[in-house]
Write a protein that binds this ligand. Structure first.
Ligand code: PMT
Length: 359
């Protein structure tokens, strides 16, 4: 059952949102999202919330140092393009300055947009002829999305900003019912520094400038402090928000989470465990080193299957000339993942509709 504040009665997590401050930009972002969702709900269009990139954990309130989670944003930005192509409107909740749909083709450090440009005879800056066709295609897809207003970019940096936004957006998506989809590709911190344990200023490494941060007042000790020359960090666990999302914030939407592992022997086990624990619809497992060409679908109906791009069709950075690029064009695995997810979403919507019809 959903309570006023959006948490579920089943949730045993302490109330994170009572003790960690609301980001100053939250209201503005939620207002933008509300009118975006209203527009697409009015057109009976499906809306996907795609999360992308890694969250940070600041060690100081005036942040000089922070802990980061791995993710360039490739999975999220690429998937968002395929959702748009499949007719969805996309709320793109992404780490600020990580890869974005469309511009990702030209903004990676190995794909600098300037390398695609040249001067023509009249001295004007133009796209090199060999890239014209590909850039024209990306440009027309990008223009269409802008014209239809089907993509809303919402940035976050810290895990706190991410969690406030995820909750706020989920609430706004509730009226969409089964037409809402959550595709959680962001790499979210499992550990963090709660507000009450955050120091205000830059932690001083020099022993000559260290403050005594041990406090006798009963308040909890700061999460990061120096002991002589050593920095000691003691982080709290981030509550598992997938549980709150499934049970309380988005009970009628389709929810797809990702599971990142580095040990192949653990992937299937951990993906199945997550699905059973959170009772959502689909977990997509991936390994750090092979994530661009193979993923494991683990679904609620008990199914488990790999999707793999064959060796000759894998997309590799353009600077690796290993022959893989020479044959047919490379396949982005997201072009296979997203249509499968959309098909599962259709089945879920149809099931809901036939259930309603039988009442
Ligand atoms: O951007 P790329 O470089 O292409 O990389 C893509 C990716 C590897 C980051 C992506 O495909 C991926 O696997 N994302 C999920 C990474 C992750 O955080 O996995 P996890 O096992 O820590 O978390 C599993 C799920 O639990 C996630 O969907 C997360 O949203 C959720 N979670 C995590 C932490 C937390 N406190 N609460 C949660 O609910």
């Amino acid at each position: 059952m959903v309570q006023q504040n959006g948490t579920s009665e089943q949730s045993t997590e302490p109330d994170y949102f009572q003790t960690n401050p609301e980001p100053p930009t939250l209201d503005r972002q939620i207002t933008l999202a509300r009118s975006f969702i209203e527009q697409h709900a009015g057109q009976d269009r499906r809306v996907a919330l795609v999360t992308s990139g890694g969250t940070t954990v600041p060690l100081e309130n005036q942040t000089v140092r922070f802990i980061d989670n791995f993710s360039a944003g490739t999975r999220g930005a690429t998937s968002a393009e395929y959702f748009l192509e499949a007719g969805y409107a996309v709320l793109f909740l992404h780490r600020q300055f990580s890869l974005l749909p469309y511009s990702r083709h030209y903004s990676h450090s190995t794909n600098c947009f300037l390398d695609f440009m040249t001067h023509n005879d009249a001295g004007a800056v133009v796209v090199e002829s060999e890239y014209q066709q590909q850039m024209a295609q990306v440009l027309s897809r990008y223009r269409k999305v802008k014209q239809d207003n089907t993509l809303l970019l919402l940035p976050f940096t810290t895990v706190n900003e991410y969690l406030w936004l995820l909750r706020g957006l989920a609430m706004q998506m509730q009226p969409l019912g089964a037409n809402g989809l959550f595709y959680l590709a962001a790499a979210v911190s499992d550990f963090f520094v709660p507000a009450e344990r955050m120091v205000e200023h830059k932690i001083q490494s020099s022993e000559d400038f260290q403050e005594d941060l041990t406090n006798g007042s009963g308040a909890r000790a700061p999460a990061a402090h120096m002991e002589g020359k050593r920095l000691v960090i003691d982080l709290d666990p981030v509550p598992k928000f997938l549980k709150m999302l499934v049970d309380g914030w988005a009970p009628r939407s389709m929810i797809v989470s990702f599971k990142l592992e580095t040990d192949p022997s653990l992937l299937a086990k951990k993906a199945r465990y997550a699905l059973e624990k959170y009772s959502h619809h689909l977990v997509i497992g991936n390994l750090l080193n092979t994530r661009k060409w193979e993923v494991l679908f683990v679904s609620a109906d008990g199914g488990e299957r790999w999707i793999r791009v064959p060796a000759g069709r894998r997309s590799v950075p353009t600077w690796i000339h290993d022959g893989a690029q020479m044959g047919e064009p490379a396949i982005e695995i997201e072009s296979w993942i997203v249509p499968e997810v959309a098909e599962e979403h259709t089945k879920m919507i149809e099931k809901r509709l036939s259930k309603q019809a039988s009442y």
